[in-house]
Write a protein that binds this ligand. Sequence first.
Ligand code: NI
Length: 420
Amino acid sequence: MKNTRGRKRRNKRRIIFICKIAVCFAICVGVIFGLKAAAEMVLQGESKIILKPVGMEIREGEKIPEIKANIMVEGEQDIILDKKSDKTIKDLVTELKKGENYTVICQTDGKTEGSFPVKIVLKKELEKKLKNEWKGIVSIKTETATLHVKNAVGDWEGKKFKKANGQYAVNEFVQLKDGRYYFDENGEKVTGQKKIGVKQCVFSEDGKLQSEKFIGIDPTKPMIAITFDDGPGAEAGRILDVLEKYNARATFFMVGPRVNTYPETVKRIAALNCELGNHSTNHPKLTKLDVAGIQREIQTTTDAISKATGGRKPTVMRPPFGAVNETVKQTVGLPIIMWSVDTLDWKTRSTQATIDSVLNNAKDGSIVLMHDIHKPSVDAAVQLIPKLIERGYQLVTVSELAQARGIHLENGVKYSQFYR
Ligand code: NI
């Protein structure tokens, strides 16, 4: 009995032991498979697509280019997203690369300076699928870029300013969104005080124009009024450059058709405080016209000058060929300005002869007649302006000269000099 009982106990123990082994084995297998699946999940994970728009730069007024997104993919691409069509993540990426399934949004018309965010908006259908069916398989991240709309004027380069045409601003004002700046002869931004043209300008430390004050002429010192007829000429800008450089002025007697051809020149003549003069429209002898004809000749050019300058009107007139009679005097409605020094530049077409004529004949109070439509005359003016200043003359407009002599210019009255 003792032996039988002992055997039974041993058998029982063996069965328990085998059971324990089996359970252990089962647990181990379970754990291994579980870990393997988990590891696969971790390795495979969710594939990620990143859409990032390309940042861009344009100038004000330029057309906004078509903006596409750069596409990056992280993770497995062969996973099937749609069992019916066998569409994979790779196919989705291909669609995106073609620009499908999303739109790029940037809220600017490109006409205003500034930085504007460029955003990507996924189509609703795609957004829905990502949230539901494709959740955990693939996700799309959209990033933002910036579209810079630069001002149409140009760009800063340290203290210098490179204009949109590639040239640096030199001896000129530049109007920017945040202020008005002036660049000196070296192209550097001016700060503090500076005399520019006929004005004393004050700039802040960062170069913004704070105030400008008109500096009068000195009536005790000699002065000459240079006048240019028949223009503005194609090269009149060269005369204006020199006038601006030497803080000098002149009077331009212009004809309507040329005003319409060179409105920018006329605008600059006005901006430099030079005097706007009317020289008729078709350059006829006004003495041969009736009242209506004279009025038409004057009015058409006055309108053209006004249009070019944003409302400025000529303050003096010069009759073509100097031809004046009573009808002209009573009709033109402006002071009639003749001359005291005739350079005959239109006849000689000689730079040197024109220079000599002025230097030999002009004196304090003279009105000098030249023509800015001839290149030798422009060349002469460019040399004459600094020479006359060097000799102590102030170069002024006809009206300034009259004012300095205490003469009030009257409409229909002829003036040919303002000697002391
Ligand atoms: Ni003329």
